[in-house]
Design a protein around this ligand. Structure first.
Ligand code: GLU
Length: 418
């Protein structure tokens, strides 16, 4: 199983073995739980605007099929390789199990800089990737969704490509689609809303008011920007934001609606202002009440964990905190960690609602979507808090232990075939 080895999968493996130690899972049962059931690598050739033909490498990893179809996003980024995708699929499994969704985890991706493609090239790549995946996915096999570098439009192309091959419209093949093509109300905002909801629950436990709380957000894509806007609308002061193009910091507070308008118009934070530029490497270490990494994996290592000056660490990204950092954070009880598989679960929870609505062709209003989202998050949050207090373990260990145990129990109950 060496094909997955690399920094990101090694991190998922280290985390898993810590949890398996805690749950006292015997050595011979561990590989069955950890290693992905299926991994597919495909070549995606497209015609580029300059007349050349380019081939992009695509992947899809389906971690386990024990509880139902697999579920997870598709990432378009230069960092994408089989190990990163496998780690993200494993984390999706623990996330779905913690939230009580009837899914195993999956993840897919293409190694590409999506910002370097023209709209036509992006469409060609999206369609070719889905076309290559047709033998491996299906509404009851594996259901894709957006992730870094993909969006509602890409999901619409995925759905259209799959449907054209089936000869009928199959909206339930992907989630995170535009509402006009079978998407659900509230999906685009779901991850960020969930992050903000859980931050509120954390602040309540710390007896800190949201009004006037300071927040720093790394990453200003869909998740980071919605988190920033939601926190700001509830009275928080957003003092720092960054994306791959710029970093802005102002202790007096940034104008989040203006930032959102700028990003909507230009696609990036760069160019917003030339007065408040800040070193992105230092952003995470600035004093604040709420720190939200909402970009890539492994941005908080052991050294950075020792330098954090936040009260709440809300992991909107997948895997932002390394196991070394976890060891430091376990000593820093003053930092309240909302672990990634809980913190960003709002996205896949509302993806589940979208899938259910598509299967039934019966659509809910946004209030119902949000109300159900918060109920699922509240239940998972309380479970994690209770487990952490009962077993005197970190929030991450508690969250992952709940997720891993659910998958283990399902595998044990079903038994080994044949
Ligand atoms: N890519 C998102 C995640 O990492 C969403 C997955 C989904 O909605 O299926 O959780």
């Amino acid at each position: 199983m060496d094909i997955y080895s690399g920094p990101v999968f090694d991190m998922a493996r280290t985390q898993f073995h810590r949890i398996a130690d805690h749950l006292e899972i015997p050595a011979d049962a561990r590989d069955r739980l950890l290693y992905p059931k299926r991994a597919v690598a495909v070549a995606c050739p497209i015609h580029c605007d300059d007349g050349s033909l380019r081939v992009f490498q695509g992947f899809r990893v389906q971690h386990h099929l024990t509880l139902g179809p697999t579920k997870g996003g598709t990432r378009f980024a230069l960092s994408v390789d089989i190990g990163e995708v496998a780690a993200l699929a494993v984390w999706m499994s623990w996330k779905c199990a913690l939230a009580g969704l009837p899914y195993g985890g999956a993840k897919g991706g293409v190694t590409v800089d999506p910002y370097a493609l023209s709209p036509r090239e992006l469409e060609a790549l999206s369609r070719r990737y889905m076309q290559e995946m047709i033998p491996f996915v299906g509404p009851h096999t594996d259901v894709m969704a957006p992730d870094m570098g993909t969006n509602e439009q890409v999901m619409a192309w995925f759905m259209d490509t799959y449907s054209m091959y089936q000869g009928q419209t199959v909206t339930e093949i992907v989630t995170g689609k535009p509402v006009a093509t079978g998407g659900t109300l509230g999906r685009r905002e779901a991850t960020g809303r969930g992050v903000a909801y859980l931050i509120e629950r954390a602040l309540e436990r710390l007896d800190l008011p949201m009004t006037g709380a300071t927040a720093i957000i790394q990453g200003f894509g869909n998740v980071g920007s919605v988190t920033a806007a939601t926190l700001a609308s509830r009275g928080a002061r957003i003092i720092g934001v960054s994306d791959h193009t710029a970093c802005w910091f102002d202790p007096r507070g940034l104008d989040v609606p203006a930032l959102m308008r700028h990003v909507a118009a230009t696609g990036k934070l760069a160019g917003f202002s030339n007065q408040m530029a800040f070193d992105p490497a230092e952003l995470l270490a600035q004093p604040c009440d709420i720190l939200v990494p909402a970009a890539v994996e492994r941005v908080i290592d052991g050294a950075m964990a020792a330098r954090l000056q936040c009260r709440v660490l809300a992991e909107a990204a997948n895997g932002p905190t390394t196991p070394d950092a976890d060891a430091v954070l376990e000593q820093r009880q003053e930092i309240f960690v909302i672990p990634d598989i809980l913190c960003n679960a709002g996205g896949v929870i509302v993806s589940y609602f979208e899938w259910v609505q598509d299967l039934q062709q019966f659509f809910w209003d946004e209030a119902e979507v949000n109300d159900r989202l918060y109920r699922v998050l509240q239940r998972a949050f309380v479970q994690v808090m209770e487990r952490a207090a009962r077993d005197r373990i970190s929030h991450r260990t508690a969250a992952m232990a709940i997720g891993v145990a659910k998958v283990r129990d399902a595998k044990d109950t079903r038994g080994l075939f044949p």
